[in-house]
Design a protein around this ligand. Structure first.
Ligand code: GTP
Ligand code: IMP
Ligand code: MG
Length: 340
């Protein structure tokens, strides 16, 4: 029975949504809390249906999990209500009283900002503008909106009580380590810290309560917007390799580069990773598409994973082999780690 944080190890879009959906179905946590804001799109594919979630935790696929939004998160009311309908989760969603609310003027302000749209390549979803209002202590919070009165609660209290009762809780982080305002490739970063400690803080649990930190890496690296990307390949080359992706929120083309062990090593350090999840192994090694058993992975794929573990000194416990939530090789029991 554990408190675990799912966090991105590169520049976001590592597949936290897919890994979270898998963990929901397998571990059936009592509570899942989503952090971050609406600039982060998490893709969930389950039973052939696809959701692109910007607010609701990807853990919604397990019907017994309470879905919560962190006090440090930022929501937009229209997106929240739309996603509650799309996921059929009315009655299961709780927003913290201190969750920040992005309003129209924040989006308009960012759209007019040439620095954000030009140099930084922001998603222009109003997140930075709202964060800046929050720092200036004039942002309106969830408790200020009558539309939310039925679903506003004390998420920090609910989470701490559940952890103290020995229940399983997951915190779903957003974006990735190198988009962190503090630890990323500043100024080409997002408007919050995106490492594991920051997500614990967004929820309101102290570091001593955290049992597992699952850092998610994709089998190659992608990045949207400006900023350095070591080893970046051309779009044509990315297409040839099957690495070309479109961003979940903005539809922009994601830049791509090979897996970067130096970035991965530092992400393991910055997040105190206890486990690693690798997604899209099937893109690097197509013969493994849909495989769900370690022994059935091709020997070259197993070798790649084992070399990674050797270099990073952390076990690779979860391996994604397709878009579907259950397309995962789960080695947690075999490695004696986490739950299941
Ligand atoms: P951010 O919080 O925005 O950083 O997003 P994210 O980490 O949840 O990732 P996102 O869903 O934006 O992008 C990941 C993409 O990879 C999605 O299109 C997923 O459907 C896809 N994906 C995730 N895991 C796998 C996998 O193991 N195999 C394949 N083929 N696709 C995967
Ligand atoms: P902003 O946070 O929307 O202002 O965007 C700042 C930078 O972070 C840009 O390079 C964005 O592309 C990037 N970014 C923000 N959110 C995400 C995400 O969820 N996935 C990937 N990149 C993101
Ligand atoms: Mg995304």
């Amino acid at each position: 029975m554990t408190l675990s944080i799912v966090v991105g190890g590169f520049f976001g879009d590592e597949g936290k949504g897919k890994i979270s959906a898998y963990l929901a179905l397998r571990d059936k946590p009592a509570i899942a809390v989503r952090c971050g804001a609406v600039n982060a799109g998490h893709t969930v594919v389950y039973n052939g249906k696809k959701w692109k979630l910007r607010t609701i935790p990807s853990f919604f696929v397990n019907p017994t999990t309470k879905l919560m939004i962190a006090p440090g998160a930022l929501i937009r009311l229209d997106i929240l209500f739309k996603e509650i309908e799309e996921t059929g989760t009315r009655g299961r969603v709780v927003v913290d009283k201190h969750t920040g609310v992005i309003e129209k003027r924040h989006v308009e302000e960012e759209k007019k900002n040439a620095y954000l749209s030009g140099k930084i390549g922001s998603t222009l979803q109003g997140v930075g503008a709202a964060m800046s209002d929050r720092v200036m202590r004039r942002l309106r919070l969830a408790k200020d909106f009558p539309e939310l009165k039925d679903i506003v609660d004390d998420v920090s209290l609910r989470v701490n009580e559940a952890v103290d009762r020995g229940e399983t809780v997951y915190i779903e982080g957003t974006q990735g380590t190198y988009l962190s305002l503090y630890h990323g490739t500043y100024p080409y970063v997002t408007s919050r810290d995106t490492t594991a400690s920051a997500f614990a803080s967004e929820v309101g649990v102290g570091p001593r309560k955290v049992d597992e930190v699952i850092v998610v890496f994709k089998a190659y690296v992608t990045r949207v917007g400006g900023g350095p990307l070591p080893g970046e390949i051309s779009l044509e080359e990315a297409e040839r390799r099957g690495w070309a992706e479109k961003a979940t929120v903005t539809g922009r083309v994601r830049r791509a580069a090979p897996f970067n062990i130096e970035l991965a090593r530092r992400a393991v350090m910055l997040n105190s990773a206890t486990q690693i999840a690798i997604t899209k192994l099937d893109v690097l090694f197509p013969e493994n598409r849909g495989v769900r058993d370690w022994r059935k992975l091709s020997s070259r794929a197993r070798k790649w994973i084992e070399e990674l573990e050797e270099a990073l000194k952390v076990s690779v416990t979860l391996i994604g082999t397709g878009e579907e939530a259950l397309d995962v090789v789960d080695r947690r029991i075999e490695l004696g780690l986490g739950e299941n």
